[in-house]
Design a binder for this molecule. Structure first.
Ligand code: TXA
Ligand code: MG
Length: 316
């Protein structure tokens, strides 16, 4: 098990020695290492059992640092950074050579994000290098939103877990890239499509490409918990699986079942996003054989929540 604490100096010292530290962000916990040190980045891949074709996001202390790692930054990217950084937005930008091949899996673009969490921003400000950090979970599993989630699964792989409490957004960053200077959303996340469009106008959303995905977060069965998840109308599913021990993952309703978790009693999509991954983990530990989940309203953060629910429900 790893040590969990709030010691920024200790985190800094470990990262400077090429070790891995789990860091809190507003979206999910990250498994961080020195982004400019290939040996440290290699440790991230092996700790997560992550295939080497899956590139890693680089976290920076301040928006203006993007210039150090990327070039030919499109005007729309600048606008998005201005509107949403620090925050749950990752921009895919043409990389500079200072970024090791391992970080980008050999691709010409690097994913850059300025996260919005006071402890991690303080840590990044004190470091002389940016942090490569994927979500701190084994590859293909649900992302961690609390320090204990990291400890449960990667406690033996990480030198220290910087405790920043429960992640306030709860789902991963929105990933935006540019094709012929046209913005494309590759992963739905903490900044809604509506908010992106209010900043730069209409954008293309391109999520599913099952073979050879541009970003593996697009793999269909990503974000899966251990148990089988069925997504649909709860009363119909309950009737269909009347003889199975089911757990219910509800948006706001009460279905009067012994094993139910409600994402937001008040029907808030923000609250539902914050609770989603912890709820999937908790359901996995309940004495049930099947998880029944219902889609949430498909607006704002609801689109990203539904995306994660669909992937959790996909065959794996
Ligand atoms: O909110 C987040 O983005 C969290 C926190 C820790 O920052 N990070 C995160 O990282 O979710 P990860 O590795 O679990 O998911 C990042 C996704 C992956 O699907 C990866 O393929 C894609 O971003 N990605 C990263 N760099 C990329 C690049 N250069 N080109 C294309 N896709 C990239
Ligand atoms: Mg991940």
């Amino acid at each position: 098990m790893a040590e969990i604490g709030t010691d920024i100096q200790k985190s800094k010292a470990l990262l400077e020695q090429g070790e891995l530290v789990a860091i809190p962000t507003e979206t999910v916990y990250g498994l961080a290492g020195n982004a400019l040190d290939s040996a440290a980045v290699a440790k991230i891949f092996s700790a997560k059992k992550r295939p080497s074709f899956d590139p890693i996001i680089v976290h920076i202390a301040a928006p203006e640092h993007a210039e150090n790692y990327a070039e030919n930054i499109p005007q729309q990217a600048r606008k998005l950074a201005e509107c949403f950084w620090p925050g749950p937005l990752t921009l895919l930008l043409n990389r500079k050579n200072i970024i090791p091949d391992l970080v980008t899996a050999g691709l010409s673009r690097v994913g850059i994000r300025c996260p919005d969490h006071p402890l991690t921003l303080e840590l990044l400000t004190q470091l002389k290098f940016p942090l490569a950090a994927p979500s701190a979970n084994p590859f293909g599993f649900v992302s961690p939103t609390k320090p204990e989630h990291v400890n449960d699964q990667l406690g033996n792989q990480v030198a220290y877990i910087l405790n920043g409490g429960t992640c306030k957004v709860g789902i991963e960053s929105t990933i935006v890239g540019f094709e012929n200077d046209e913005a494309v959303i590759y992963r739905l996340g903490g900044i809604s499509v509506e908010r992106i469009e209010s900043a730069i106008g209409k954008v293309k959303v391109q999520l599913h490409s099952t073979s050879n995905p541009k970003t593996p977060g697009q793999l269909k069965s990503h974000y899966a918990p251990g148990k089988k998840v069925m997504l649909g109308d709860i009363p119909s599913l309950k009737a269909q699986f009347a003889n199975v021990k089911v757990g219910i993952l509800a948006f706001s309703s009460d279905y009067h079942t012994e094993h139910q978790i409600t994402l937001s009693k008040t029907g808030s999509l923000e609250e539902a996003a914050q609770n989603l991954f912890a709820a999937l983990r908790a359901m996995d530990k309940m004495p049930v054989d099947l998880i029944l989940a219902e889609p949430v309203p498909d607006i704002g953060l609801g689109k990203a929540i539904n995306d994660r629910l669909r992937r959790a429900a996909a065959e794996h």
